[in-house]
Structure formats: structure tokens, C-alpha cells
Design a protein around this ligand. Sequence first.
Ligand SMILES: *[C@@H]1O[C@H](CO)[C@@H](O)[C@H](O)[C@H]1NC(C)=O
Ligand SMILES: *[C@@H]1O[C@H](CO)[C@@H](O)[C@H](O)[C@H]1NC(C)=O
Ligand SMILES: *[C@@H]1O[C@H](CO)[C@@H](O)[C@H](O)[C@H]1NC(C)=O
Ligand SMILES: *[C@@H]1O[C@H](CO)[C@@H](O)[C@H](O)[C@H]1NC(C)=O
Ligand SMILES: *[C@@H]1O[C@H](CO)[C@@H](O)[C@H](O)[C@H]1NC(C)=O
Ligand SMILES: *[C@@H]1O[C@H](CO)[C@@H](O)[C@H](O)[C@H]1NC(C)=O
Length: 390
Amino acid sequence: MEGETVPEARRAASKATRIALGIFVSGTLVLGTVLFLVSQGLIKFHPKQQYCLTSECIEAAAGILSKINQSVDPCENFYRFACDGWIYNHPIPEDMSNYGVYPWLRHNVDLKLKALLEKPISKRRDSEAVQKAKTLYTSCMNENKIEKADVKPLLSILRHSPFRWPVLESNIGPEGLWSERKFSLVQALATLRGQYSNSVFIRLYVAADDKISNRYILKLDQASLSLASREDYLENTTEAKSYRDAFLQFMVDTAVLLGANASRAESDMKSVLKLEVKIAEIMIPYENRTIEVMYNKMNISELSAMIPQFDWLGYIKKVIDTRLYPELKDIGPSENVIVRVPQYFKDLFRILENERKKTLANYLVWRMVYSRLFNLSRRFQYRWLEFSRV
Ligand SMILES: *[C@@H]1O[C@H](CO)[C@@H](O)[C@H](O)[C@H]1NC(C)=O
Ligand SMILES: *[C@@H]1O[C@H](CO)[C@@H](O)[C@H](O)[C@H]1NC(C)=O
Ligand SMILES: *[C@@H]1O[C@H](CO)[C@@H](O)[C@H](O)[C@H]1NC(C)=O
Ligand SMILES: *[C@@H]1O[C@H](CO)[C@@H](O)[C@H](O)[C@H]1NC(C)=O
Ligand SMILES: *[C@@H]1O[C@H](CO)[C@@H](O)[C@H](O)[C@H]1NC(C)=O
Ligand SMILES: *[C@@H]1O[C@H](CO)[C@@H](O)[C@H](O)[C@H]1NC(C)=O
């Protein structure tokens, strides 16, 4: 019995081993296959979400959908496909001559800033700059005080050199009377640029040297005019002409609001507009302003040799606030500058040389007054709004 049972038991045991081995091998095969498929990304245990469904993503997607027009075939007319919705939903506002995503963004940022600026000052949390911004904002929002002050703050500027305004004659008092003998173009331009951040005729600023981008350098460029574009002065369409007429009337009315005699204002401001048209004619148009053409590096002494009618070094030294930047006190004729528009400057000083000083002074002070207009009482702002609707 025993002799028979041993091989029997051995056979049974080896059968169990074979089964176990079979299970092991097929288990390994299945596991291996699964591992391979997972590693190849063919099977996913936690399938990744294919769409971003956060509220920011939904908002952005809705924003894009609202700007396009899905019923236009993009291959037919891509502009209309991409922009129809935006154009339909964003008509140009009454008080603006153009509109786009940037002004829209600006407005939205303004609204957020307004909410921040209206929070009371916290000496503990707010940095000095934030406190100053809040104080400035509150002062601008104090409309009663602004209405009461009316023209007084501006007139006190207009009573001092270099901002005595010829068109006002002695109407704001004898100390406001402009004197041709005392007029200095360099002084007036430098004060406008240095103390009032107003670039007239010349735009002087500091920026990276285009060819040595880790170095800063002074750059000289043409400045903008009162109206937004050069074409506003040059086009001869009826529309452009009536825009210029409206602009002239706006200058005249502003001068009269500040105390000028109407007929004097009319003739003085006509000359001012004529001067601006002449400047518009010599401005280098956008399409000619290529980086290569505008890269004219030279020292101030070379610039002065090229355009000797203007005291470039004197102007630059007057603009720089050496109390803020004492290290710039020693700027001299060897200082390098990039003259972006040499031809404009040559033409500019040819025009200015032949212009009456009275017209130059009238124009420079007009630009100062124009840039302050928004800080004046309502009657000035209403007059501006009326003009901006033309
Ligand atoms: C979208 O295009 C269709 C077909 O051209 C047009 O009828 C519709 O007015 C357009 N929608 C908008 C918002 O412009
Ligand atoms: C507009 O007219 C003026 C004066 O007649 C002329 O000098 C100027 O070239 C004209 N401008 C254009 C863009 O046609
Ligand atoms: C403005 O000046 C003209 C000429 O100098 C003069 O006839 C006129 O009366 C003055 N107008 C006012 C409102 O002073
Ligand atoms: C602008 O460039 C064109 C082509 O080079 C030239 O004919 C034209 O005179 C330039 N205009 C000005 C204002 O520089
Ligand atoms: C200005 O540059 C010119 C040409 O490189 C040079 O000859 C002249 O000495 C420089 N002037 C000054 C004051 O550095
Ligand atoms: C704006 O007007 C206010 C009130 O008249 C005045 O205090 C403030 O200095 C003016 N700001 C500027 C930048 O002229």
C-alpha cells in the first residue's frame, strides 16, 4: 500500500506544482502586458481631465466666443470671423475717437484702481507711494474745492516765467504780461519737459541702447502734437478741415476762458495752428521710422555741429534734475545720444528760426494749458468734451 501511495503522492504534488507554475506564468504575462499598456499610455486608471473647467477658463472661453462670429467661414473672411462679435458688442464710445481691447482693458483696470484708491489710508499697511496716490486721488475728487479754485491755480502758473502767455496780454494782471526780450526757447522747453513732463517739439528720454541692450542712453525724438495724428493736420478732406476748425475754436475759447480778448485769441491761435501744421509736415511718418534709420549715435558736440541753432547741452542739463541725480551733474559735450530723427530736427530748427517768438511762446504755453485742462473746473472740461465729439 505504502509503496503504491508514494508515487501517487509524488504525481499529485508535481501536478499541483505545474498548475501553480501555469498560474504564475500566465499571471506574470497578464501583469506584464497591463504594465506595458499602462506605460505606453494605452490604458489609464485615472483618465486625465481633457478640459479646463475652472471658472477662469470658462470665462476666457466665453470671452473668445463672444468676440468671434461662428456663422462666418474663417477661410472666407478671417477678420469678420475673428472680430464681428467684438465690433458688435463694443461700439466706439461717444467721447472717444477710436476704441479697442487696450482702452477697454485700461477702463477695467481703472475701475479696479478706483476701488483700491477709495479705501481709506492705512499708515500701517500702505507704503508711502500708495499713501501719496490716495492723497492725490482724494484731492482730485474734491470737486467743490476744484470748482471754487477754478482758474486760480493755473493763472498763478501763467503769471510766472517761462509760462507767461502772450495771448493773455495784461488781462490777468501786469505780472502776467509776456516779454519778448525775456523769452528763452531753451528755458521754456526744458521747464516743460523737466517739471511738467510735457514734450513739445523734442522728446528727450532715457532708454536702452538698441545695439548694446544692457546700456542706457539718452534718446532724442520728435514729439507729438496737440491732435492725435499727423494726418489730422495734413489731410484736405472736408472732415479733416472741419476738425481743424473745431480745434482752432477750442483753443480760442480756452484762451478766452482764461481771460484773453476774443479777437486777439482768434488771430494768435490761428498762428499757433499754422505752426503746428508746419511741424506736422516735417514729422517723420510711421512707415519711415525703422530701427536702422533711427539709430544715429553721436556725442552732443557732434549734434551741436549738425544743428547749431539750438543749445542741446544746455537743454539736456536743464531737463535733468540734478538734485535727484547728482551723478549726472557733469554731463558734457562728450555724452553720447541717439538722434532718432536727424532730418526732423534740421527742419524743425529751420522753421523755429523763422517763426515769431510770440507764436512760439503762445504755442508752448498752449501745450502746457492743454495738458492741465483735465485738472480744471467743469466749464473747461465741458468745453473739451464738446470738442472731442466733433
Ligand atoms: C455674423 O455673420 C452673419 C452672417 O454674415 C451676420 O448675419 C451676423 O450679423 C453676424 N453677427 C454679428 C454679431 O456681426
Ligand atoms: C492740402 O492743401 C495744402 C494747401 O492747398 C497743400 O499744400 C497740401 O499739400 C495738401 N495736402 C494733401 C495731403 O493733399
Ligand atoms: C479786443 O481787442 C480789440 C482790438 O484790440 C478791441 O476792439 C475789443 O474791444 C477788445 N474786446 C474786448 C472784449 O475787450
Ligand atoms: C519716407 O521714405 C520714402 C521712401 O524711402 C521717401 O521717399 C520719403 O521722402 C520719406 N518721407 C519722409 C518724410 O522722410
Ligand atoms: C565726439 O565724437 C567725435 C567723433 O567720434 C570725436 O572726434 C570728438 O572728439 C567727440 N567730442 C567730444 C567732446 O567727446
Ligand atoms: C490740480 O488741481 C488741484 C486743485 O486746484 C491742485 O491742488 C493740484 O495741484 C493740481 N494738480 C496739478 C498736477 O496741476
